[in-house]
Design a protein around this ligand. Structure first.
Ligand code: NAI
Ligand SMILES: C[N+](C)(C)CC(=O)CC(=O)[O-]
Length: 491
């Protein structure tokens, strides 16, 4: 059954939460008193639609329904998750919780996006304190997985368990903190770095752009994949962490830092920072910067996914879970009617698959058809275990016809037919669609090989039988239009 999330406050963060829930199949009900809020949420959603679905190599569930409401009571009606993202002021947050708790479901989770307040502060004076907890996300909420979950003694352990399950289900990484503290964990780092950067600008040591360069050309990339301690462990060389600490620990006491002071936010300092920031990035609109940021995040996260590491390992796990629950997790025996083409790919076109022509690059058609072949091999039993036992298929010949273009974010399906197969041979026909629009066809001839001799060999009996079952059941279908075509054939 579709679940409903209420988003109270639809600004930068509320809009991001709305997109995260919606694109993971939840219905979303928004309340925000700003008359412009629906437009802003729509704009965030448009950016999310072009970036989030393509993170995975399998489609997310169908998008839920979005509605905007004129009161908190209407927005929280029937919601099992309520995410508060109103401005960072305790009095506004308290008034919002009081209004929510007048009518919300008693079992609903009330998560607060607060960047700094402790959950015990949020719970003060609440009708049901145990229902309120910190669920602190990171911008853009629809792409970044981290959520700091901070609870108090009032919070039921079973609720925490269900909160973690629900957040994991929408592709997030709940980090449950052992103790509450002002600004949780991640914002304490960010504040420390920000404070130091402000001094560097104020003292004329570096501009905003130079500081950003110091991060993005170096330790920023390093942190994204290993964090702080794992990075420093490696930096200690063979002698490891203890050596690293012995060598660099004393430096912490040298005057390298002004971390304990905060520069005063005088008009001069604000103008200096804002002016440098305008010079650095003012030629891009905020929405354009968001799109640049999202393109980069998607490319980096997909690179981490290929390595099954860090945030990428989380994507792998989500993808495995979605596949297992869909027809893409089927084996040949699960398919009652083998006479029909088999769905082998159901996914969104990722941002990093598009090119200078603004559409899916030709190389990615081969990628998608290659993935469809891999999926079909798995379906007939040529899976990781079979390959480890020494047999596999190598592609000998490929012919792709590009019929129509497709853009980032579109959901594409590949349906696969067997034109022939058995013994050493497998002849596949892939058709790629967006809805019922044919985008491309791929004809692929593969040979079964022994991975030991690297020479053609007959497929194992179970793989062979499964392949022949499809080939026989589909043999009476007319030959697909375009099959056997070659580049010089008359048009
Ligand atoms: N912007 C950021 O980078 C991050 C912000 N947060 C936290 O998220 C929360 C929201 O921050 P932003 O989205 O950045 O602020 P924002 O200013 O973009 O959005 C706040 C929204 O709340 C609405 N609002 C004001 N009073 C309201 C009320 N009584 N009921 C419902 N809506 C109301 C406003 O109209 C506005 O659309 C804050 O607690 C902030 O600390 C958390 C992570 C990152
Ligand atoms: C600046 N900030 C404190 C609102 C930042 C956050 O809370 C998290 C983020 O997205 O950086």
């Amino acid at each position: 059954m579709t679940q409903t999330a209420a988003i109270i406050g639809g600004g930068v963060i509320g809009g991001g939460w709305a997109a995260r829930f919606l694109l993971n199949g939840w219905d979303v009900q928004v309340f925000d008193p700003d008359p412009d809020a629906a437009r802003k949420v729509d704009e965030v959603l448009a950016n999310a639609r072009r970036s989030l679905p393509g993170l995975l190599d399998v489609a997310l569930p169908d998008e839920g329904r979005l509605s905007c409401h004129g009161s908190i009571a209407a927005a929280v009606d029937g919601a099992s998750w309520i995410q508060e993202s109103v401005p960072e002021r305790l009095d506004i947050k308290h008034a919002t919780f009081a209004e929510i708790q007048k009518t919300c479901l008693p079992q609903a989770v009330i998560g607060s996006s607060t960047s700094g307040f402790k959950p015990s502060q949020l719970q003060q004076g609440a009708a049901a304190p145990g229902q309120i907890m910190v669920c602190h996300p990171f911008n853009p909420v629809y792409l970044l997985p981290l959520v700091e979950v901070v609870t108090t003694a009032e919070t039921d352990a079973a609720v925490v368990k269900s909160v973690k399950r629900l957040l994991t289900g929408i592709g997030m990484y709940p980090l449950h903190l052992k103790k509450e503290i002002d600004a949780h964990v991640a914002d304490r780092f960010l504040e420390a770095v920000w404070r130091e950067a402000l001094w560097l600008v104020k003292d004329g040591i570096a501009t905003t752009e130079e500081i950003d360069d110091a991060i993005r050309y170096g330790f920023g990339i390093r942190w994204a994949q290993m964090g702080l301690f794992e990075t420093y462990r490696v930096a200690g060389g063979e002698a490891g962490m203890k050596h690293f600490m012995a060598q660099f620990g004393p430096a912490l006491k040298w005057p390298w830092t002004k971390l304990m002071d905060v520069p005063e936010f005088t008009d001069d300092l604000v103008d200096l920072i804002a002016g440098q920031s305008d010079a650095q990035s003012g030629h891009h609109s905020i929405r354009a910067l968001e799109r640049i940021r999202d393109n980069n995040l998607v490319a980096m996260m997909r690179a981490l996914k290929a390595q099954n590491w860090g945030a990428g390992a989380l994507l792998q796990a989500q993808e495995t879970d979605i596949r297992a629950r869909s027809v893409l997790g089927q084996r040949a025996d699960d398919i009652a009617d083998p006479s029909q083409p088999v769905l082998t790919i159901h996914r969104a076109v990722p941002l990093d698959w598009t090119d200078y022509n603004g559409h899916m690059n030709e190389a990615k058609y081969l990628q998608a058809f290659g993935d469809a072949t891999d999926r079909f091999m798995e379906l007939i039993g040529c899976d990781a275990a079979y390959i480890a036992s020494g047999g596999s298929y190598f592609t000998a010949e490929t012919h792709i016809r590009h019929v129509d273009e497709v853009h980032a974010g579109a959901i594409i399906d590949v349906r696969t037919r067997v034109l022939g197969g058995g013994g050493k041979k497998m002849h596949l026909w892939h058709e790629m669609y967006e809805g019922d629009r044919l985008l491309a066809t791929g004809e692929h001839f593969l040979l079964h090989v022994s991975l030991e001799t690297r020479r053609p060999s007959d497929a194992g009996p179970q793989v062979d039988a499964a392949l022949r079952r499809f080939a026989k059941a589909q043999a009476d279908h007319p030959k697909p239009e375009g099959a056997g075509r070659y580049v010089g054939a008359p048009r």
